[in-house]
Design a protein around this ligand. Sequence first.
Ligand SMILES: Cc1cc2nc3c(=O)[nH]c(=O)nc-3n(C[C@H](O)[C@H](O)[C@H](O)COP(=O)(O)OP(=O)(O)OC[C@H]3O[C@@H](n4cnc5c(N)ncnc54)[C@H](O)[C@@H]3O)c2cc1C
Length: 451
Amino acid sequence: MEVTTMKKHLVVLGAGPCGLYAALTALKKGLRVTLVEKENAPGGLAAGHKRGGNFYDLGVHMLHAFDQEIFQDCAEAMGEKRIEVPLKAHIKWAGKLYHYPLRGRDILSGIPPVTLARCIIGLLLAEWKNRFSPEQGPTAEDALQEIYGAPLYEVFFETFTERYWGVHPRDLSAEFVRRKMPRLSAVDVFKNALQRLGLSKPQDSVEGALRFETLHYSQQGANELPQSLARQIESLGGEILLGESVNRLDLEGGVVVTDSGREVVGDSFLSTLPLSTLAHSLRAPVDILDSASKLRSKPMVVFGLLVKKERCMKALYTYYRDKSFHRVGEPKNAGLKVQPHDHTVLIVEKTCEKGDGAWEMEADVLDQIYDDLEEEGLCSRGDVVECHQLKAVHAYPIFDLGFEEHLGAVQAFLEKFQNLRSTGRQGAFTYPNMHSAMRMGADAVHELFPE
Ligand SMILES: Cc1cc2nc3c(=O)[nH]c(=O)nc-3n(C[C@H](O)[C@H](O)[C@H](O)COP(=O)(O)OP(=O)(O)OC[C@H]3O[C@@H](n4cnc5c(N)ncnc54)[C@H](O)[C@@H]3O)c2cc1C
């Protein structure tokens, strides 16, 4: 008698970096895999977007090699299409371009002497206070003041944070500072200040080490990585359903139903969808839906410009603190192939709200962007040949004050389902880079299907 062993079937919801790598991990474990993705291409936030003759990233996306196993798998999938790029990033602060990440010394050098003296006294006071009463306050404002002292918080963090996130630090959780904000340790700031006074020798910090990182990219920009992973998934027998938005997830019946009415049957489910979308698809109780709705994300838009210039900037990207955009990238500097070859592409990033002027691409917003680009000496309006807009609703999770309670409620509800894992940037409501999101996907597969 012939015996057939049925492979266990994993259905992965969402084909961003997390879902793609989870699918690959599951296939290598010998599982049957189907990916369900609402967009018409894989990649999620890291997808490439072809407009006219060129590729535009949703914010220049480059792969880090910090996780060697993931890096090797991605490198194998991309083959010769992978380009190595030395990290060269800038930040505009106090009228000058500095290397990014900005070091404490750079911050202090941009501050007028009297304010600088206040900042140093503030830092000393904060250090002293932390030593004798190490209790931490609940808000991002508390956390920033505890680390940097009140004056440096006011000069450097307060207004910028509110402008970027649309939320004052006093309404954000202290967790936001721990997980998202680039850390300039008070110790580093002190050492750098002492160094300026000639009282300490220059030291290499962690930030210093990061400045020499090598990143990984392609001539098609971010597009090549998800496309390569998708090709590998299909070559291993995985199925990718594009243009299918998850509508209902019935875990008892083991079936996903999409908006188009398509049904995908599976044994286990790995979701990388936003938690509110997942909760709705599970027809969760009202209190869970309510908690999920309180886990807000910051939307962003990208204006992808084709510019009639060989080059606009020296760095791969530059952060701006007081312009209408917060970052401008020039992916040609990382190896993006641009048509015509004597043109370049600028990726202009701006956080926004759904439906506001930036989201709707209103003329006055574009005017301000062109004015700021010109003021920064990047390009003039007449140089811009094409302008394409890309949008993301779930770009950055917002850690509103008290978000932990809502996240905990949703996670406790999801934990009841043995055949479901919710992970990745949206599914865990966190801030991974691509490789960390991929690691989260692989870990979730191993949890669902232990050896
Ligand atoms: C501006 C910006 C720049 C970045 N730059 C870098 C960088 O240079 N390097 C780096 O390593 N990381 C970078 N990141 C982080 C990186 O984009 C994310 O960590 C990564 O994309 C997270 O992958 P994910 O699969 O968890 O989530 P996502 O990429 O958000 O994927 C979720 C997927 O679920 C799909 N989905 C949603 N709803 C449904 C539904 N109802 N049905 C079916 N599918 C659905 C979405 O379409 C999407 O494809 C950047 C992020 C941003 C915002």
